[in-house]
Design a protein around this ligand. Structure first.
Ligand SMILES: Cc1cc2nc3c(=O)[nH]c(=O)nc-3n(C[C@H](O)[C@H](O)[C@H](O)COP(=O)(O)OP(=O)(O)OC[C@H]3O[C@@H](n4cnc5c(N)ncnc54)[C@H](O)[C@@H]3O)c2cc1C
Length: 429
C-alpha cells in the first residue's frame, strides 16, 4: 500500500509496503503533447525539487494534435468572456511568443483578418470585436480599402473585416522538439512508447506496458499526483480513474491543402472566415507558415477513428457507430444549425467542394492552385451526453491524486503555458 505525504516544500515522501520493483515519481504526466510538456515546464518552475516523469505511448513527441495544427497563436477574439479559453488565450499567446523569441525559434508576426464570407455575417463582426476587447485582445474594424491593402486577393462579402495585429504563426513541431529538450535539461524524465496496462487509483500506482510490443514488459510507477494530458485519448484514460463520466471525445479530421508555389497570388497574413459561434470550429482559413508555404484548411470532417489520419488504417468501427449516434442526436436537437454545418463540413473532404468554400474568401482560386499537403490533424472534441451537446470550453476534472484535461481543443496550443498554470492551481498540488 502506498501513502503520499506532502511536505512543506511541496515535495512528497513515499512509504512502500509492496515487493514490486517500482519507480517513484512525485508527478506523472500522461501525454507529451503541448499541454503535457507545458505542465512539466510550469511545475518544474514552481517546484524545482519535484521529480517529474512524462509518459507517452508514441516513440517521439508531437505525433498527434500538437504536431499537426495550423500553428496559429490565437489573439483571444472568439471566446465568450469569462470562459477558461478567454482567460488563458491572451496571456498564453504572449508567453509562448516570448518563449519562442527567447529560444530563437521561427515566428511570423503576420496578423490576421477575419472576413465575412456572406453579407449576412457582417453583424457577427461586432460580436467578435466586443469579445476580443473584453478578453484583452487588440482588434480593429477595417474597411474594404484597408482589407485589400492587406489581402489583395481576398474578399469581404460586406466591405468590412476585422484586423488582429497580434495573431502570429509558429512552427508547432519545432516548438515541441525544443520544449522536450529544454525539459530534459531541467531534469524532467521521459518514458516513450509506453501505455497504461493497469491503474490502482487509490494506491496511486500505474503499471505500463510497451506499446506495440509482443513481450508484455511491465514497469510499475508510483506517483504523488498524475496529470492526464492525453489529448484524443483523454476521456478513455479519465474513465480508468473513475472520472469524466458523461463525456466522450468525438474526433473531427482536419485536412490541409497547400497553395501551389506558382499560383498567381500569395498571402502575407492569415485570412479567416467569420465562424459559426455556436460550434467550436473556426472554418477553413488561409495561413502563411514560417517556411514560406501557404496552407488552406483545415476541414472538420467526422473521423472514423481518433487517430485515423490516413485511409482505412486505424479505423475504429465501434467508435464510428458511437460518433454517428452522437452526431444524430446533435442534428435532431439542432436541425437547422449544427446539422447543416456538419453536412457542409463532411463535404469539404471533396476537393471541388473544399474549393467552393475557399472561394468565398479567395474568388480567383482554382483547382490547379491547390496541391495536396499531406498535413492532417484530428481535433479531440468533447461531447457531453447529459446535455447532448459539443463542449465549447476546456474541461478540467479532478480524481484521486489526479487531474484530467478534457477537451484540450484550440487554442490549447496557443494558451499552453497559461493553461498549465490554471491546471496546476486546479489540481491543488
Ligand atoms: C487540425 C488542427 C488545427 C489546430 N490549429 C490550432 C491552432 O492554430 N492554434 C492552436 O492554439 N491550437 C490549434 N489546434 C489545437 C491544438 O493542436 C491542441 O489544442 C493541442 O495541440 C492539444 O495538445 P495536447 O497536448 O492536449 O494533445 P496532443 O498533442 O494530442 O498530445 C497528447 C499526447 O498524449 C499521448 N497519448 C495518448 N494516449 C496516451 C496513453 N494512453 N498513454 C500515454 N500517452 C498517450 C499522445 O501520443 C500525444 O503525444 C488545432 C488542432 C487541430 C487538430
Amino acid at each position: 500500500m502506498l501513502t503520499v505525504q506532502p511536505t512543506k516544500k511541496k515535495s512528497y515522501i513515499y512509504h512502500w509496503s509492496s515487493n514490486l520493483q517500482k519507480k517513484h515519481k512525485d508527478i506523472a504526466i500522461l501525454g507529451g503533447g503541448m499541454v503535457g510538456l507545458a505542465m512539466a515546464h510550469q511545475i518544474k518552475k514552481q517546484y524545482p525539487d519535484l521529480s517529474i516523469l512524462i509518459i507517452d505511448k508514441e516513440l517521439s513527441l508531437g505525433l498527434h494534435s500538437s504536431g499537426r495544427n495550423s500553428g496559429v497563436l490565437h489573439a483571444g477574439i472568439y471566446y465568450k468572456p469569462n470562459t477558461l479559453k478567454a482567460k488563458v488565450c491572451v496571456d498564453g499567446a504572449k508567453r509562448l511568443k516570448n518563449w519562442c523569441k527567447s529560444e530563437g525559434l521561427p515566428i511570423l508576426e503576420c496578423g490576421k483578418i477575419i472576413s465575412p464570407q456572406k453579407p449576412e455575417l457582417d453583424n457577427q463582426l461586432e460580436i467578435l470585436i466586443e469579445r476580443g476587447k473584453a478578453n484583452g485582445a487588440k482588434v480593429l474594424l477595417i474597411d474594404e480599402k484597408e482589407f485589400k491593402e492587406k489581402v489583395p486577393n481576398g474578399r469581404t462579402a460586406s466591405g468590412r473585416a476585422i484586423w488582429s495585429p497580434q495573431t502570429c504563426v509558429v512552427n508547432p513541431k519545432i516548438i515541441i522538439e525544443r520544449l522536450g529538450k529544454t525539459l530534459k535539461k531541467m531534469g524532467v524524465e521521459f518514458l516513450m512508447g509506453q501505455e497504461i496496462r493497469d491503474v490502482d487509483v487509490s494506491g496511486q500506482h500505474l503499471t505500463l506496458k510497451r506499446n506495440s510490443s509482443k513481450n508484455d514488459e511491465i514497469q510499475a510507477i508510483h506517483y504523488g499526483h498524475l496529470f492526464n494530458c492525453t489529448g484524443l485519448q483523454a476521456d478513455r484514460i479519465a474513465k480508468k480513474f473513475g472520472v469524466g463520466d458523461g463525456f466522450r471525445l468525438l474526433p473531427f479530421k482536419g485536412i490541409y491543402w497547400k497553395l501551389h508555389p506558382k499560383a498567381p497570388f500569395t498571402f502575407r497574413t492569415n485570412l479567416y472566415p467569420v465562424p459559426d459561434l455556436k460550434v467550436p470550429f473556426l472554418g477553413v482559413h488561409i495561413t502563411p507558415s514560417t517556411d514560406g508555404s501557404i496552407y488552406l484548411g483545415p476541414t472538420a470532417i467526422p473521423a472514423w477513428g481518433r487517430e485515423n489520419y490516413q485511409g482505412i488504417h486505424s479505423i475504429e468501427p465501434l467508435m464510428a457507430i458511437g460518433l454517428m449516434k452522437d452526431l444524430s442526436i446533435q442534428w435532431l436537437k439542432n436541425s437547422g444549425g449544427f446539422r447543416k454545418y456538419a453536412q457542409e463540413q463532411a463535404l469539404h473532404g471533396l476537393k471541388p467542394l473544399f474549393l467552393e468554400a475557399a472561394r468565398a474568401l479567395i474568388p480567383n482560386l482554382e483547382s490547379k492552385h491547390l496541391i495536396e499537403s499531406g498535413k492532417v490533424g484530428i481535433r479531440a472534441q468533447l461531447y457531453n451526453h447529459k446535455t447532448g451537446s459539443l463542449v465549447q470550453d476546456f474541461v478540467l476534472e479532478k480524481g484521486i491524486a489526479s487531474t484530467h484535461v478534457l477537451n484540450a481543443i484550440s487554442p490549447a496550443f496557443t494558451a499552453s503555458f497559461a493553461l498549465a498554470d490554471v491546471i496546476l492551481k486546479h489540481s491543488s498540488l
